[in-house]
Design a protein around this ligand. Structure first.
Ligand SMILES: [Zn+2]
Length: 397
């Protein structure tokens, strides 16, 4: 790449990092900058704006090539996790700071480095040779459980100037491993209700915290069973954690020391192997909780009850292995094995609208969300040509 191209991707990253796009803030200014860059490169662009909780949230797209074919979406998110109160930063999080062969700043790895590469690559595309569209799409609220793309994707057909994309490339930090599956994510709350009262008359009440402990133990048992492949599908693509897993994430209950707690709330999350049956997993959770309580309270007159909230489901993603984007990236990066992402990305929502995705980006996952987050200068620079080559090859197929 030319020297000016090198300077360009670094200067684009510097500008992108300077925008405070922590998810709870508006990303409008960042989106406007990205749109102007794509527009100057000759793309058909647009900002999709919505108000969420009184804050303006924006996604932005830029489309190259013919509009009447199904194309490749090259996708990233504009938002970042917070840095306020995060200890250990050695330089301002919104300033791009070079130390050795690394560039530090919030979002450098996750995932403004990839967006800077896209903006640097856009003017280098040979637009007249594109036979299918290349759609750069940058979302908001990804760090809020993928809420931005979950709202956006069902409306995408009416918002884009071209047809819905056929395949997708998500540049989340993977240190350039090509990941073609990701676990889904389910969250829900369980309220355990007992009967309150004064702690001096325990037999008139039913302690909700004690009951919740039985529920927690039941869920821990279920998680251990899933870990061994009992009750859950096993997928070796997810190295280190090949099955669905359950996590009791929060517990809250009780008030005064002399009172019998009448309710206790649990927050639970499940990481789901994409080929696992979400409904069946949730049914196992319900069955285990109810039968554990029934056993424990069989001979007690006052029994607790359970209330399970409607689960919020972030879909997983499992590629067929036949997607051109997966094959092209693996060929360029010299990878053969199928690997899965242990985290959720916008690929889940894109998969829901029939778009098969590969997740592959220049940052390192270990850097995401950390103080002193960084991207290596070498992977940042080399990625511009990768984007041009892969987009050009995909579009010409
Ligand atoms: Zn990310």
């Amino acid at each position: 790449m030319s020297c000016s191209g090198t300077e360009r991707v670094v200067s684009l990253l510097k500008t992108l990092v300077a925008f405070d796009t922590v998810s709870e803030h508006s990303d409008y200014q960042c989106a406007a900058f990205v749109e102007s860059q794509l527009s100057q490169s000759g793309a058909r662009t647009g900002i999709i704006s919505e108000e969420v909780g009184g804050v303006q949230k924006c996604s932005v797209y830029g489309v190259f090539g013919p509009m009447n074919e199904r194309g490749l979406v090259v996708c990233g998110h504009l938002d970042t996790v917070p840095f306020e109160g995060q200890e250990g930063w050695q330089s301002p999080p919104l300033g791009l700071s070079r130390r050795g062969d690394r560039l530090h700043g919030r979002g450098t790895a996750d995932m403004k480095g990839f967006i800077a590469q896209c903006l640097a690559a856009a003017p280098l595309l040979k637009r007249e040779s594109l036979r299918r569209p290349i759609i750069f799409l940058f979302t908001c609220d990804e760090e809020l459980g993928g809420a931005g793309s979950r709202r956006l994707c069902p409306r995408l057909e009416n918002l884009l100037p071209c047809k819905l994309p056929l395949e997708g490339w998500i540049g989340e930090p993977t240190a350039y491993r090509v990941l073609s599956a990701q676990k889904g994510y389910i969250t829900f709350n369980v309220v355990v209700r007992g009967v309150g009262g004064h702690s001096s008359t325990p037999d008139n009440g039913c302690n909700a915290i004690t009951a919740a402990a039985i529920v927690v133990e039941a869920m821990a048992r279920l998680d251990r069973a899933w870990a061994t492949g009992v009750g859950s599908v096993k997928d070796p693509a997810f190295q280190g954690s090949p099955t669905s897993r359950l996590n009791v994430a929060r517990i809250c209950g009780g008030s005064a020391l002399n009172m019998i707690p009448e309710s206790c709330e649990l927050a639970v999350s499940i990481r789901v192997v994409p080929t696992d049956n979400t409904g069946a997993l949730l049914q196992q959770v319900r069955d285990e909780m109810h039968s554990a309580l029934q056993r424990a309270y069989a001979s007690v007159p006052v029994t607790p009850s359970l209330q399970v909230s409607t689960p919020v489901i972030t879909p997983g993603m499992a590629s067929s292995g036949n997607a051109s984007i997966e094959r092209l990236l693996k060929k360029q990066l010299g990878q053969a094995a199928r690997e899965g992402a242990p985290f959720a990305t916008d690929a889940g929502s894109l998969a829901e609208i029939g778009c098969e995705c590969a997740v592959c980006g220049p940052g390192q996952l270990e850097q995401a969300h950390q103080a002193n987050e960084f991207i290596g200068i070498q992977p940042l620079l080399s990625g511009v040509d990768l984007i041009v080559n892969v987009c050009q090859a995909w579009s010409g197929l």
